[in-house]
Write a protein that binds this ligand. Structure first.
Ligand SMILES: [Zn+2]
Length: 339
C-alpha cells in the first residue's frame, strides 16, 4: 500500500480514508518536563515566546516520535486576550484563569474589538508560522484553541452555568462573541500554516448541562467553527472532558471530523455510537501514561486498539511529569497498527 507523509496520513485518517497505518499523534497538549530539559525550552517561558513554544512543540516529534507538532500547551491565551486575569504557570503547571470580565449583557460590548496579533494569541500564531516553515511539507501542524463554551465560562466565571439556565439572552449573546472570536482565531492559525484544528471545550459537556442546553448553547456554535474550517479544507477535532458517552451523537452533529474521548468513555461504545466521526483516545494521562511503565502503556494501548479506536492518543492533556519512555511506547504501538 502507498506510503503517506505524516501530514497526508493524519489528514486521511481524520477524514476516514484508507491509510497504510495508524498515525502517532496527541491531539491534546504535549509538553513535558523531560522534553523541556532535553530541548531547553521550559514552561512558563515557552507559553509566552514563539520560538520556545515551537522548540518544545517540536520535541514531541524529535524526542517522542509523534508525527505532528501542536501548539499551544494550555487554554488560557484566549481569556487573557479578553482581559481575564491569569494565574501564571510554572515549570510543571499550566496557567489558569482566575479573574473574569463579563458579568452581564452590557459588559459584552466591552469585549468586542480584539486584535488577534496581540498578546499570547499573537505569540501562538507566530509559533505556528515557525513550525509550518520548518515542518509544513511533512508533518501535520496542529493548532489548538479553547472552545467557545469554555471560553464563555472563563470570561463570565463560575456564574456561567447558572447564566445559561436563567439568563438565556445573555448566555447566547456571549456565545456569539466567543464563537466569532474562535472562528477568526482559527482562520488566523490556518493562515499561519495550521492544517489541523483541535477545539478543546472541556466543560461543554451534555453530562454537565443536559441535552437540551447542549443542543442550544453548544452545537450551533461548534458547527460555525467546523464549517469555517471545512471551507479551508482543514480537518477539525473536538475534545470535551469527562464522560461524554451520552453526548457523543450531539457532539458529532456539529459536523466535526473526529472526536477525542476522555478515558472515562468506553471506546467500543464510542466507536459504535459515532456515525462518521473518527474516535480518538483514550489512554488515561494520569493512571497509565504518567504512572505506569512502558510495558503497561503498550498493554493498555493494545486494549484501546482492540476496542476499535480510530486513532490511539491520550484521553486528555499529557501530564507534565509523564516520562518520555511512556509516550514513546504509545507512539510505537500506534505506528505498528495497520487498520
Ligand atoms: Zn480533557
Amino acid at each position: 500500500m502507498t506510503e503517506y507523509t505524516p501530514k497526508e496520513r493524519l489528514a486521511r485518517a481524520l477524514t476516514d480514508q484508507t491509510v497504510d497505518r495508524m498515525p502517532a499523534v496527541s491531539v491534546t497538549q504535549t509538553g513535558t518536563i523531560e522534553q523541556m530539559e532535553a530541548c531547553d525550552a521550559f514552561w512558563p517561558e515557552a507559553n509566552d515566546d514563539a520560538e520556545k513554544m515551537a522548540t518544545l512543540a517540536e520535541a514531541a516529534h524529535t524526542l517522542l516520535g509523534f508525527e505532528a507538532v501542536r501548539v499551544p500547551f494550555d487554554i488560557t491565551a484566549e481569556a487573557n486576550l479578553f482581559g481575564c486575569e491569569i494565574k501564571p504557570g510554572t515549570k510543571d503547571q499550566q496557567p489558569s484563569v482566575v479573574g473574569h470580565v463579563v458579568n452581564n449583557i452590557d459588559d459584552i460590548e466591552k469585549i468586542k474589538g480584539y486584535d488577534l496579533s496581540q498578546g499570547r494569541i499573537g505569540v501562538i500564531c507566530d509559533s505556528i508560522k515557525i513550525l509550518a516553515d520548518k515542518y509544513g511539507d511533512e508533518l501535520p501542524i496542529m493548532g489548538s484553541m479553547i472552545g467557545p463554551f469554555s471560553l464563555a465560562q472563563h470570561i463570565n466565571g463560575d456564574d456561567w452555568f447558572m447564566a445559561i439556565f436563567t439568563k438565556e439572552e445573555f448566555g447566547l449573546a456571549l456565545m456569539e462573541v466567543t464563537t466569532d472570536f474562535c472562528v477568526d482565531y482559527a482562520r488566523k492559525m490556518v493562515e499561519n500554516g495550521a492544517d489541523t484544528m483541535v477545539i478543546i471545550d472541556p466543560t461543554a459537556s451534555a453530562q454537565l448541562i443536559g441535552a437540551a442546553f447542549y443542543e442550544k448553547f453548544v452545537v450551533p456554535y461548534h458547527k460555525k467553527i467546523v464549517d469555517a474550517m471545512h471551507e479551508l479544507n482543514v480537518a477539525t477535532v473536538l475534545h470535551i472532558c469527562g464522560d461524554t458517552t451520552k453526548g457523543l451523537s450531539m457532539m458529532e452533529s456539529c459536523g466535526v471530523d473526529a472526536i477525542s474521548i476522555d478515558q472515562s468513555v468506553d471506546v467500543a461504545t464510542a466507536v459504535s455510537t459515532a456515525e462518521k466521526a473518527v474516535i480518538i483516545g483514550n489512554l488515561d494521562p494520569v493512571n497509565v501514561l504518567w504512572n505506569k511503565t512502558p510495558e503497561i502503556v503498550k498493554e493498555e494501548s493494545q486494549k484501546v486498539l482492540d476496542a476499535g479506536v480510530g486513532i490511539l492518543a491520550p484521553g486528555c492533556g499529557i501530564v507534565s511529569k509523564t516520562p518520555n519512555a511512556n509516550l514513546q511506547a504509545m507512539a510505537e504501538v500506534a505506528k505498528s497498527y495497520r487498520y
